[in-house]
Write a protein that binds this ligand. Sequence first.
Ligand code: PLP
Length: 411
Amino acid sequence: MPVHTAARVRRINPSPSTAAAQRVRELKSQGLTVLDLTVGEPDFDTPAHVKAAAIEAIEAGETKYTPVNGTSRLRAAITAKLRERHGLDVTDARITVGGGAKQVIFLALMATLDEGDEVIVPAPYWVSYPDMVRANDGVPVVVDCPEADGFKLTPQRLAAAITERTSWVILNTPGNPTGSAYTTDELHALAQVLLAHPQVHVLTDEIYDEIWYGDQDAPSLATVEPGLADRVFLTNGVSKTYAMTGWRIGYGVGPTDLVTAINTLQSQTSSCPSSVSQAAAAAALSGPQDFVRDTVRVYRARRDATVKLVNDIPGLGCTVPDGGFYLLVNCREVIGQFTPAGVRIENDEDFTRYLLDSRQVAVIHGTAYGAPGYFRISFATSTDVLTEACERLASACAALSAAPAASAPSA
Ligand code: PLP
């Protein structure tokens, strides 16, 4: 008798990046050299002083349960970051720490959504948002944000999407997969719409805020409109900034009643985040920041080189991301063309399959992010890999034709 799975599980899918990683492993096991541009994590090692802090914590016996909402040391480090970076003065009761930003976001939705409550998810979106909403009985209301709008939600589109059932709007800035970030003026304009709808809360996912290429810090909605202070839940973590994806520490800052509800859920699920990882995260946030400066310099060089290479390929194009380590590449021109084997490329998924099978370049199709006609490249990999991958992309595009070759087998 198969195990009965709950409706909430049947409503959701495993992450497409996990599926892509599986396909890459299969091809590698066949002896093929796959250039993997699917990876959503830094290709750097966690800084040495962070590892040392974790080892010290183990040796000092910090191996027990911690407070549900995180150690006071880590919460103090988060408070200091919020003060320094955003000028926010946040009381301890407004902070919760969890097993990655992903878990914090999930618990925030679990703590607030009743069946049928709506969550506005601007597309392109991080793959997990719609499924997290569905898993928690909510309804994702996907709002298309085209490239012409910089892949960003406009006040008009936001206003049109809000209903009486709207519980949350999710703003991911800088965003995955687009790299687009909202300016202070854009956030201000969105805030004006939100002020008129007191039932709507805003979850800002700022996990890429430090992987940032602008001159001034990435702005945060939490500071732009003080009138929304009690409606913004700011989430962030150490995974991307400090190359700590495996340590699983993220945090959320928001209204006390929301944070208390999240803490209650956490107390009944994981009890607390890992004590050792919290010691490491505190060291990352409060220690020297050279690692961040150095890695952002490397990412910037890769971004600039890869954007140029991609934009030199006939049929492909991308805009320059403001932050993060992804490019969302427009491949609409190749859709409808034929491969040398006579197969018509019907959509972005067909194109990414063709890239993988014919050139062993692994990328993720845009439809997974609510962006049909695009694919995502991660530049969290070496310049050599990026350069070689772009050469293969160019040769894959050049091999396509407007009509099937006369001798090609029919698709
Ligand atoms: N938010 C976005 C936009 C992400 O891309 C990711 C990871 O890919 C996360 C959140 C999750 O981060 P964490 O490792 O802290 O759970």
